[in-house]
Design a protein around this ligand. Structure first.
Ligand SMILES: [Zn+2]
Length: 307
């Protein structure tokens, strides 16, 4: 029985699925604590980073959600540690400068209510990657947590840049070429028509190494995108721009570890849709099961019910 078939069968049992998500969340916690512990005390030279956030105060989004309080702490830590804030294009243009760019995937309402005002207050640029079908009211779990087009426009009026994150948030690693092309072209066209905005930037849904193909990269270029962002650093697909994934688990020590590159070889193990992709680093394979459990407990996280 493959992991994929286990996951498939658990999806049809709510208790089974909750248990699975808890296990996945616990494993992410354990991995991030272990990697942070192994890099603690090291202060590598800073290099520009593009941070990938999702929601800021949407607890049901699990590890993808950062609380508003932790988000403000992250900004304070960055300033205290000598980083400045920039746009993704500025980070790409001068990668050795200690600059951070902030990006937010999926168009959560909480980005409008809890991130945009803080960024505006401090004059920090931000970029939101919008799933255009969700802005159209097609989120599979209902639309109460994601921005509609009016909300997306409000995000822009609050000073954030907007770019595409597809129409339906599929796993491009599994899409037929025609479907991939449609996702890329239609989302760009919708943004042009409904926001009167041209975007040449695209963030890959899920964003790990298995969620993109060379054919999708060609389709993105043909659709007019010049920059395609991953949600991983060293394990990202070829031809994409690295982003450092920031999670709910990243309280100050782990956030500093993320900025220091502790997770640059790491990929997210759990994915809501798509393949299981987990390439344990040599560091992680040396962890004993006991160490794993101990770290899980010390991280002390709670497991929330999926929406
Ligand atoms: Zn996404």
């Amino acid at each position: 029985m493959t992991m994929e078939s286990v996951r498939h069968s658990l999806r049809h049992s709510r208790p089974g699925w909750i248990a699975y998500r808890c296990a996945a969340g616990g494993r992410i916690r354990a991995e991030r604590w272990a990697l942070a512990a192994r890099t603690a005390g090291r202060t590598p030279a800073k290099q520009g980073r593009i941070l990938a956030y999702h929601s800021i105060g949407t607890p049901g989004w699990g590890v993808n959600d950062v609380t508003p309080r932790d988000f403000e702490r992250h900004l304070q830590i960055a300033v205290d540690d000598g980083w400045s804030f920039a746009t993704p294009a500025e980070v790409i243009a001068e990668p050795s400068k200690p600059q951070l760019a902030l990006t937010f995937d999926d168009g959560a309402i909480s980005v409008l209510t809890h991130a945009a005002p803080v960024l505006r207050h401090h004059g920090i640029p931000g970029t939101a990657f919008v799933v255009t079908g969700w802005a159209d009211g097609q989120h599979p779990d209902g639309n109460e947590l994601v921005l509609d087009w009016r909300g997306v426009r409000a995000l822009r009026e609050a000073g954030m840049s907007l770019a595409s994150h597809s129409v339906t948030h599929p796993d491009f690693g599994r899409l037929e070429p025609g479907e991939a092309r449609r996702e890329l072209e239609v989302s760009r066209e919708q943004m042009r028509r409904l926001l009167d905005a041209e975007t040449d930037e695209f963030a890959i849904p899920l964003g790990q190494s298995g969620n993109w193909t060379q054919a999708a990269g060609r389709a993105a270029a043909e659709a007019g995108y010049t920059t395609v962002y991953a949600q991983s650093v060293n394990a990202r697909p070829e031809g994409t721009v690295a982003r450092t994934f920031i999670t709910r688990i990243d309280r100050p020590m782990l956030f500093r570890a993320a900025l220091a590159g502790a997770y640059d070889d790491w990929e997210e193990w759990f994915q809501p849709t798509g393949n299981f992709i987990h390439k344990p680093s040599s560091t992680l394979t040396r962890l004993s099961p006991g160490a794993f459990l101990q770290i899980s407990r010390s991280a002390g996280g709670t497991c929330r019910l999926p929406r």
